[in-house]
Design a protein around this ligand. Structure first.
Ligand code: TYD
Ligand code: MG
Length: 470
């Protein structure tokens, strides 16, 4: 007799186990196994003898219809989306609680509804009154967005099928909706996966663009189901530091456009406002020219963004010196510290080190290595850098400085913002490049090894700006 056995599924990786265990046997995460009643079911059967139908093949050069996009006309959202929402597609929007996901999506729907599109906002977390209050705050309460408070996917899909076709629907959030044929609680992997599958199937069939809100856990993963990222067409993350007003919308997957594009917003009393020209946003005016600050010329997606990197190095007698990083990768900082110690003997291993990227930006580019190293050297030596200097380059374990992509775009932006110096890697030999092409006005200091950087920090102190001009 086949018993209706339970199955335990890991909420982190989706792996299954026939019995409960404290630790997932697949990914090693602790306390992530949850019971799925009756899910073990019968073993999968073979296909049997029935013959399928022969499928048509399609040549690669067959004419295709370009997806007509629904432009949200919020440029900072359209860019990471690759030009707008594609009808019938599914977008996942992730982000920490309170970062502004619901605010952004209500603004988007209001904008589209005002243009005559049929939009539906389904909320499983907030009451209609709360959303109405937010709409008033955003001054969009007069726009015809249909507001629904519901958590049952069956009801939601039935409602969406009613009447005129819906152009865009927001599900806020996927962790709060549930499919009534499953017994597990909302928010578990099986619920989230089934609910998303049903909603995405409806989107594809009806041509409605669907935006799913997903919560992010403490360690930065979309809660539970990484599986969700595979099911949707685009994944956007809304990020930023709580205390800062700037918010960055980053595309990490996009079947209809480029990834790593960002949109920049500012949270104001009346909702999110676009920051159209963010390149100088992360350059605070105060504290420039103090020891330990360096300006990194970075690239986010297709746009150059300059940001300030701040380091503080403090002597300590503790056995385990403190390392605190905001806005950068802690492992990468440990690597740069080790390289500076081993190749330049700066003695940072016995000091507390704090590193901060100004304005709540999170940098992922390895090109920031050289700017981080410059901030650390400047802090360790107590020697300010010339505030008119931008820095970029990747550092290898041997202490060599490697060239990075798009250095021309970085230099051009720095020049536009009034910088006069750049510390950069030696240019790679390029085919067909014109010698001395652009960026003639920036004074360049080529850095081949971190030891060159120490010499530059020592000999290009903060007051050298006027001397070098003469
Ligand atoms: P919210 O959109 O509810 O975040 P999420 O859906 O990602 O959890 O945004 C919540 C925060 O934004 C809240 O702390 C208040 C703030 N906020 C403003 O500063 N201005 C505004 O106009 C609105 C609507 C919210
Ligand atoms: Mg919300």
């Amino acid at each position: 007799m086949a018993r209706n056995r339970s199955l335990y599924r890991c909420q982190s990786c989706g792996g299954t186990s026939p019995k409960w265990q404290g630790r997932c046997p697949h990914c090693g995460a602790w306390n992530t196994l949850e019971e799925e009643a009756g899910a073990a079911g019968a073993p999968p059967k073979g296909l049997g003898a029935r013959r399928g139908r022969v499928l048509d093949a399609c040549p690669l050069d067959a004419p295709i219809a370009n997806p007509t996009r629904i432009a949200t006309r919020i440029g900072e959202l359209d860019r990471p989306l690759g030009g707008g929402l594609v009808p019938g597609s599914a977008v996942l929007l992730g982000g920490d609680p309170g970062i502004g996901k619901s605010t952004l999506l209500l603004q988007v729907l209001a904008r589209l509804a005002a243009e005559g599109r049929r939009t539906v906002y389904v909320s499983g977390e907030e009451s209609p009154a709360q959303i109405q209050m937010r709409a008033r705050r955003l001054k969009v309460e007069k726009t015809p967005v249909a507001l629904i408070a519901a958590t049952d996917v069956r009801d939601i899909i039935t409602t969406l099928k009613e009447g005129q076709p819906v152009d865009v629907v927001v599900i806020d959030s996927i962790q709060t909706v549930h499919v009534d044929t499953l017994e597990s609680a909302p928010g578990t992997v099986s619920q989230v996966r089934s609910a998303a599958a049903e909603l995405i199937r409806h989107a594809k069939a009806s041509g409605t663009a669907i935006i799913l809100v997903g919560h992010v856990t403490k360690d930065g993963q979309l809660a539970g189901p990484r599986v969700l990222e595979h099911m949707v067409d685009a994944v956007l993350y809304f990020e930023g530091e709580r205390g800062h007003e700037y918010r960055i919308l980053r595309s990490v997957k996009n079947r209809f456009g480029a990834t790593d594009e960002i949109g920049v917003f500012q949270m104001t009393g009346g909702g999110l406002e676009e920051v159209v020209n963010p390149s100088a946003l992360f350059l605070p005016e105060d504290g420039r020219g103090a020891p330990g600050t360096a300006v990194f010329a970075g690239i986010e997606g297709s746009r150059p963004i300059l940001c300030e990197i701040q380091a503080l190095v403090a002597e300590t007698s503790a056995a385990n010196p403190r390392r605190a990083v905001v806005g950068w990768d802690a492992a990468r900082l440990a690597m740069i510290l080790a390289v500076l110690d081993a190749r330049c003997g700066l003695g940072l291993a016995r000091a507390d080190v704090y590193l901060n990227v100004a304005g709540g930006l999170r940098i992922r580019e390895p090109a920031a290595d050289l700017a981080v190293a410059a901030a650390l050297i400047s802090a360790a030596l107590g020697q300010p850098l010339d505030p008119g200097t931008v820095i970029f380059g990747e550092i290898s374990l041997a202490g060599g400085v490697r060239p990075v992509a798009r250095s021309d775009a970085r230099l051009k932006e720095a020049e536009k913002l009034g910088f006069r110096r750049a510390i950069l890697p030696a240019a790679p030999p390029r085919r067909g490049a014109k010698k001395g092409s652009s960026n003639g006005r920036l004074q360049r200091h080529v850095c081949r090894h971190v030891a060159d950087l120490v010499a530059l920090v020592e000999h290009l102190p903060g007051d050298a700006r006027t001397a070098a001009d003469g």
